[in-house]
Design a protein around this ligand. Structure first.
Ligand code: NCD
Length: 338
């Protein structure tokens, strides 16, 4: 694909070579993300960060990524503080905000809304999650993490064995990740969820069309026994009609160190897009896993900055200039651990 000026709305836009390109650029961002170097390549550029749903990682890491490339960030969060609460359409909001920004990141609770917004925008729009539909940048950072973790075990993405666990119906991260895995070969997927929260049939079909093997189950111990990656997800309570309904499923699939030791192969990597629901009635990934070196969740979150820097550099067509406008930092935070 031609990244320059493109909206990033769905994984369907990408081919395998595009993914390799994003990952190569993300690798090159490491000195900047680690604060060894600073670049001013996007000096004068403004990111409009529009988050109409709760977010910590996605919003802040998009902002940090833009700042690390030398740009400025302007934000609105929630509907209450936006003119959308006065009845303004997405179209008008997009027309206006795209006059103030060079690129826009947007999260919205309605599937397809970011695409609708992008149609009216005069600048590139990046989907930070549209309802239960997609979360393409999360899928990219997840696969980037998988690639790195697997490389340290001498493995590749092709031939990967991965279990996805939890709310696979409403979890947009797993929807996008499955679509992304369709660009690779011979992946064995085990989809673990309550029957009511199963992966949408169209996505399962897409995986099978791509030649992958798909097993659908409600049995957590059996499904995590022979996988390279156990990818856990949160029950997406904001998508249920009532909290009571979400409560029916919360805590159904818990992973802790004892379960890991009993059932998983020794090097199984544990992932989660975060936030993990650590309330007692959920506790989907127990804190006692925090010392487990295969718990990749915080490396995964760190990788979000690299991948989002790469996307900004590609969309704004400055990849070749990042180093030209760079220098070493004047300071070094020796407490910052990799
Ligand atoms: C995810 C999301 O918002 O879809 N969070 C994130 O962006 N890392 C997953 C979730 O909220 O459960």
């Amino acid at each position: 694909m031609n990244f320059t000026g493109a909206h990033i709305l769905s994984i369907a836009q990408f081919e395998r070579a595009d993914i390799e390109r994003v990952f190569a650029v993300a690798d090159s961002m490491q000195p900047y993300a680690l604060r060894r170097r600073v670049t001013r390549v996007l000096e004068g550029a403004i990111l409009g960060n529009m988050f109409f749903e709760a977010s910590t990682r996605t919003r802040i890491s998009f902002g940090c990524a833009f700042n690390l490339l030398g740009g400025e960030v302007r934000e609105t969060t929630g509907f209450a503080s936006s003119a959308i609460s006065k009845g303004e359409s997405l179209h008008d909001t997009a027309r206006v905000l795209s006059g103030y920004s060079d690129v826009i990141c947007m999260r919205h609770p309605v599937s397809g809304s970011v695409k609708e917004f992008a149609h009216a925008s005069r600048v590139p729009v990046i989907n930070g999650g549209d309802g239960e539909n997609e979360h393409p940048t999360q899928a990219l950072l997840d696969l980037y993490t998988i690639r790195k973790e697997m490389a340290s075990h001498g493995r590749d993405i092709d031939g990967l064995r991965i279990a996805m666990i939890g709310d696979l119906k409403y979890g947009r991260t797993v929807h996008s990740l499955c679509k992304l895995l369709c660009l690779f070969d011979n992946v064995q997927l085990t989809l673990v969820s309550p029957g009511e929260l199963a992966m949408p049939e169209a996505i399962v079909e897409q995986l099978r069309q791509a030649g992958h093997s798909v097993t659908i189950t409600e049995d957590l111990p059996q499904s995590i026994g022979h996988v390279d990656i156990a990818y856990s997800t949160r029950i997406q309570e904001e998508r249920f009609a009532t909290k009571d309904e979400a409560d029916l499923y919360r805590g159904r699939f818990r992973l802790n160190q004892a379960i890991y030791t009993q059932y998983c192969e020794p090097n199984t990597v544990i992932m989660h897009p975060l936030p993990r629901d650590s309330r007692a009635d959920a506790n989907e990934l127990d804190n006692d896993l925090d010392e487990n070196p295969n718990l990749a969740i915080f490396r995964q979150a760190d990788n979000g900055v690299l991948v989002r820097m790469a996307l900004f550099a590609l969309v704004l067509d400055v990849v070749e200039q990042v180093d030209k406008y760079a220098r070493d930092v004047n300071w070094y935070n020796s407490r910052r651990k990799v």
